[in-house]
Structures are given as structure tokens and as C-alpha cells.
Ligand binder design. Structure first.
Ligand code: SF4
Ligand code: SF4
Length: 410
């Protein structure tokens, strides 16, 4: 694609990055076939190629309007288009640049600003989201039905966290909403890894990975969250920690990109590279220990399960099939899931910013997941898990919590 960027952007780091991405696009349109919003609207401007054109026009100095903002807002940032694109167009990085510039030029309504500000201020703060959630759950019977659907009926018990005792040590991220919504996930990961002779610990004060604020377009605040995680984790790097293990693929995909997000920060660029390189998804860690794990699982009562691979897992991290492979090797029957490449509509805060689209995608995804009559749906990201659980007719769990339940107890 030929480009002619406007003077105000062309020599900036963002302008150079955007131009390099734009020039890779050959307009072929293959990406439209797998874009969930193009499938729903059938409008070129709700496809990756259309959005790339909108961002190109903005960077070339054209006027932007609420219409431009709407089409970028409707994008799930699922990156399905990236895994389809034969030319290696990094759409995700381009849309980050586009959204920031559009929001600087097109003011949002007071109500929309207040909603986004409230989510960005309250959700990532340790000690704030948890009591808010508990309050919401108590009020569940009397809140409007739209909100009721977003509040879980109950929260699973975390169970015991094994004391660190092994030479192999890894660090998990507690994250922002996960400890309140699914406290069993990290505890189950710690129990399973403990049986594999790996001790899992959480670093105090790490908090949110930064994805929540960054993708709501409070990009500077998101980067501050990333720096705080790096500061909390750095002592473990100095002690020679083996890996940072991510139990929510949405957070993992973001931490893997710290090196990108902080590349122009002279104080943090090198540290961010090191942290990104040391970051692994839990499925990668467990897949390397399968022989040992296979001997620990009681295979007699394994349920038939449908696996929902989050977009952050299959399209951002490129880990399609890894957790599914672990489950299959352990003896689980995996039911067939049509259109497994499509987003469930959770997409970070998308269910709050685009509730109608999010619901439609959830309905389609649940129909696909439940079409093979599984006894449970397993996934790998807290957002997808709670989103799907609000409409599923079978239990929805993190895959590690399922395996933890099947470990033979000594
Ligand atoms: S990120 Fe997802 S929703 Fe956005 S353009 Fe790409 S495929 Fe479509
Ligand atoms: S598939 Fe890639 S090269 Fe083709 S239009 Fe989409 S982004 Fe451009």
C-alpha cells in the first residue's frame, strides 16, 4: 500500500511504525473472511481492511469523525485478521495507534467518558474491585437484568496454596479482576505445578498487567501499570527465576508485548525485553511436563469437554492447540467446536463498551461450544470464562482448575 503521511506524524516513532505496517498491506481482503465484526455487519468499514483504510486516511491528514471512532470501537482487537493475513500486517499495533489519535481528535459523550473512566479507575485497583463485586453479587436479585448477567452467581473457593518447596521456582501474576472472580485459577495452577516439582509464587504489588487501561485507550496509564509489574518482578529476575507464568492469556499476551509497549522508555526498555522473554503461558509450562502429569491424573472419570481458545491465546500468543493437546494427551474427550477461531465477545472490556455486539457473539460462541454436548467448557482466560459462564448450560472452568480436580491425592 502506498502511503503519504501528514507532516505532523510522519517523523514520529508512531508515524514510522504505522507507515511500515500500512506498507505491508496489499489490499487482498483475505482478512475480512475471518473478522467477526465484518461477519455481523457485512460493512467494509467494520472489516480489518476497512479499518486500515480509515487509519491511513487519518494519518494522511483527513478529517476524522465519530463514524471513524465507531468503526474502531467495534473492533474486538481479537487479531483474528493477523493470523489470516498472508502479508504479516500487524493490525493490532496499527489499531492501537489509530485509536489513540482518533480519541485525541473526537471527544466522546460525557456518559461514555464517565463509564470508561470508572472502569479504568476501579477495575484494576487491588482492594476496590473485590468489594464492588461482592456488593454487586449481594444486590444481584434487584439490579437491572443487563447488569445481572455480568455478575457471577457465585465465586469458586481458591483452596490451599502449597508452600514453596522446590528448587524450580516460577512467578504468577495475580492480576486485577482474576483474584476476585476466579480465585481458584492461580491456586489450582500452584497445586498442579507443585506436583510437577515446580513452586509457583505471586509477587506482592504487581497488580494489573496494564491491558485493561491500555485497551480502553488510557495508554499512558496502561504503560504505568506495566512499569509497576516490572518493578514488582525485577527482584525475581535478579534471583534467576525460571519463568513468569501467565494463567490468563489476555494478561499473558500483554506481558509478552511489554518489550513493544516500552521500547521508547530509556529506563524500562531493556527490563521490559527481559520480562517479555521470560514470560510463558501456563499451557506451555504444563505441555513440557506431560509425562509426569499423565501419571498423576485419575483418568477414570474424565468428562467430555469443549475447549474455548481465547483470541489472546490463539491469535496473539500463537498457542492454538497447546492446551487442547495437553487435555487430549491426559485422556479427555474434546468435543468438536465449529468456528473455533471466532471471538466470544468478551474481548477485555468490550462487553461493557459494546454490550449488544458482545451478547450476539457470546450467543453464537455458546451455540458452537455446546453443539457437541460437552459436560463442561474449558478455557484459559478469566474474561472469556466469566462471560461464557453467564449464558452456558454447562459449567465453564479454567482448564487448570479441571486438571487440578482430577489429580490423584496423596
Ligand atoms: S482485530 Fe478482530 S474485530 Fe478487529 S479487525 Fe481484526 S479480525 Fe476484525
Ligand atoms: S489480509 Fe493482510 S494484506 Fe490482505 S487486506 Fe487484510 S491486512 Fe491487508
Amino acid at each position: 500500500m502506498q502511503t503519504n503521511l501528514a507532516d505532523w506524524i510522519k517523523d514520529t516513532p508512531e508515524g514510522k511504525e504505522a507507515e511500515a505496517i500500512l506498507r505491508k498491506c496489499v489490499h487482498c481482503g483475505f482478512c475480512t473472511a475471518t473478522c467477526p465484526t465484518y461477519q455481523l455487519f457485512g460493512d467494509e468499514l467494520d472489516s480489518p481492511r476497512g479499518r486500515i483504510y480509515l487509519i491511513k486516511q487519518l494519518l494522511e491528514g483527513a478529517e476524522v469523525t465519530t463514524k471513524t471512532q465507531l468503526h474502531l470501537d467495534r473492533c474486538l482487537t481479537c487479531r483474528n485478521c493477523e493470523t489470516t493475513c498472508p502479508s504479516g500486517v500487524r493490525y493490532g499495533h496499527l489499531v492501537d495507534i489509530g485509536r489513540k489519535l482518533v480519541d485525541e481528535r473526537v471527544p466522546r459523550s460525557v456518559g461514555e467518558r464517565a463509564k470508561r473512566r470508572a472502569v479504568a479507575s476501579l477495575f484494576p485497583v487491588a482492594g476496590v474491585f473485590d468489594p464492588l463485586l461482592r456488593l454487586g453479587m449481594l444486590a444481584r436479585p434487584i439490579v437491572p437484568s443487563a447488569l445481572r448477567g455480568k455478575l457471577p452467581a457465585n465465586v469458586p473457593h481458591a483452596g490451599d496454596w502449597p508452600a514453596p518447596r522446590h528448587a524450580r521456582k516460577m512467578v504468577a501474576l495475580a492480576g486485577c479482576v482474576q483474584p476476585a472472580l476466579t480465585p481458584d485459577t492461580n491456586a489450582a495452577a500452584a497445586r498442579v505445578l507443585d506436583r510437577l516439582d515446580i513452586s509457583l509464587v505471586e509477587a506482592q504489588g504487581a497488580g494489573c498487567c496494564g491491558a485493561l487501561r491500555f485497551h480502553l485507550n488510557y495508554q499512558a496509564e496502561g504503560r504505568d501499570d506495566m512499569r509497576r509489574v516490572i518493578d514488582a518482578w525485577w527482584p525475581y529476575v535478579e534471583q534467576g527465576v525460571e519463568a513468569f507464568v501467565m494463567t490468563a492469556t489476555g494478561c499473558g499476551a500483554t506481558v509478552r508485548e511489554y518489550a513493544h509497549h516500552l521500547q521508547y522508555d530509556p529506563k524500562y526498555a531493556e527490563k521490559a525485553q527481559r520480562i517479555s522473554a521470560l514470560t510463558k503461558d501456563l499451557s506451555e509450562v504444563v505441555a513440557n511436563e506431560l509425562d509426569k502429569l499423565g501419571a498423576l491424573v485419575d483418568r477414570r472419570t474424565l468428562p467430555a469437554v469443549a475447549f474455548h481458545s481465547p483470541c489472546s491465546m490463539q491469535h496473539w500468543l500463537g498457542l492454538r492447540g497447546v492446551a487442547e493437546g495437553v487435555l487430549a494427551k491426559l485422556g479427555y474427550e474434546l468435543t468438536t467446536v465449529p468456528d473455533s477461531h471466532l471471538c466470544c465477545g468478551s474481548a477485555g472490556t468490550y462487553s461493557l463498551t459494546q454490550p449488544a455486539l458482545s451478547e450476539e457473539l457470546k450467543k453464537n460462541k455458546l451455540a458452537a461450544l455446546q453443539s457437541g454436548t460437552p459436560e463442561a467448557i474449558l478455557t484459559a482466560n478469566v474474561g472469556c470464562q466469566t462471560h461464557l459462564a453467564s449464558g452456558a448450560s454447562v459449567p465453564v472452568k479454567h482448564w487448570i482448575a479441571e486438571i487440578d480436580e482430577r489429580l490423584s491425592r496423596r
